[in-house]
Write a protein that binds this ligand. Structure first.
Ligand SMILES: [Ca+2]
Length: 360
């Protein structure tokens, strides 16, 4: 969204890949009642001393305070307990506890919710600033039935600048990442080259965005709204045969019907499908569509489990033109590229009365 085109928004949202809730363990740890207590509150400030009347604002500040204590005076008998008051703590980065944060049997370090408070740690963002879609280029792309009912939000203004890759197998990337973290090396199993490459790159798990409202995930816009389309014929050059079932390696195929003809102006469209086996799913970005010949090609990496075969199932996703039912949403990531066509935004059907949360 370097472009100053005020598009925006829509809907609700959001998400929260990295959200957890802290509750008081039962029975209460009596040992943790001894020693030093540091208090954290959403009403606090990191310049405060961390006392009940002057709490810190972040868990990271408490962590730093404990590290400094260990280096200066050392941990006291009974250790240190971080008492976190109830509320929603939005994290820009993960909280990492290392050996530097360890206590001892005599002086343990404990992080816990204060009393019976509900503490939520989240990487998600609340989106309150929804505006009706008014940009003509966006309105033209919307299904007539959806015009006037879709709202948009400017993500950059919310500090959300990472949009992830829908084609990345996030679950596999997570498994890779965890295996590396535990010095188990790389597991070559899996069905997505992109995920392996991502894992090898040393990055963390895909920050793919999701949108939640009232704790429920919203549906990324799709067609059909239920069920699937089907591959008519596969057209790749490299033929494959798996247990007497024929297909091809390349993601090039013809389809039934005319619907994909609407998708040609969508800048960030994907298809999700079970391309060869009904239990092996993969998401691809659409590379091209020939509406006259009814041929669709996907971007590499192609499906790594056998390829593609006639009669298999798929559906289109993340297209503004297919945002045509309540609860669907769409993300425009194109301003992230050099084209800078539109501000990065989310759009969704229906204005929600309260905030949504967008994961990052
Ligand atoms: Ca739809």
């Amino acid at each position: 969204m370097e472009v100053n085109l005020r598009v925006t928004v829509a809907v609700i949202i959001a998400a929260a890949c990295f959200t957890c809730t802290l509750i008081q363990a039962e029975p209460r740890d009596e040992a943790a009642d001894a020693g030093i207590h540091i208090y954290v509150s959403t009403d606090g400030a990191d310049t405060n001393e961390g006392s009940p009347a002057s709490p810190l604002a972040t868990i990271s500040a408490a962590q730093q305070k404990i590290r400094e204590l260990k280096k200066s005076e050392g941990l006291p008998p009974g250790g240190v307990t971080v008492e976190i008051h109830g509320g929603r703590y939005q994290l820009d980065e993960p909280i990492e506890l290392t050996q530097a944060d360890a206590g001892t049997a005599e002086s343990p370090i404990t992080y816990r919710a204060f009393a019976d408070d509900m503490v939520v740690l989240t990487g998600g963002r609340v989106i309150n600033d929804w505006k009706p879609v008014a940009d003509s280029t966006m309105l033209d792309r919307l299904d007539p039935a959806a015009r006037g009912k879709v709202f948009q939000a400017d993500l950059k203004s919310l500090g959300i600048t990472e949009y992830g890759d829908l084609a990345l197998d996030a679950e596999w990337a997570l498994q890779c990442y965890m295996a590396k973290a535990h010095n188990q090396g790389e597991n070559e199993k899996g069905n997505a080259h992109a995920s392996r490459d991502y894992c090898r790159s040393g990055k963390t798990v895909s920050p793919r965005l999701e949108l939640f409202y009232n704790g429920a995930p919203m549906q990324l816009s799709r067609y059909p709204n239920q069920g699937f389309m089907k591959i008519d014929q596969v057209l790749g050059e490299t033929k494959v045969e798996v247990r007497r079932v024929a297909g091809c390696k390349e993601g090039i195929f013809s389809y039934f019907g005319d619907r994909p003809g609407r998708w040609t102006e969508e800048p960030d469209a994907f298809v999700e499908g079970y391309w060869f086996r009904d239990w092996s799913m993969q998401i691809h970005k659409i590379a091209s569509i020939d509406p006259e010949k009814r041929i669709l090609s996907v971007e590499k990496p192609y499906h790594n489990y056998s390829g593609y075969r006639a009669g298999q199932w798929f559906f289109g996703m993340n297209m503004l033109c297919e945002l045509d039912s309540p609860g669907e949403w769409y993300i425009d990531r194109m301003a992230h590229s050099t084209s800078g066509r539109l501000p990065r935004c989310m759009a969704a059907w229906q204005r929600f009365p309260s905030a949504g949360v967008c994961s990052r």
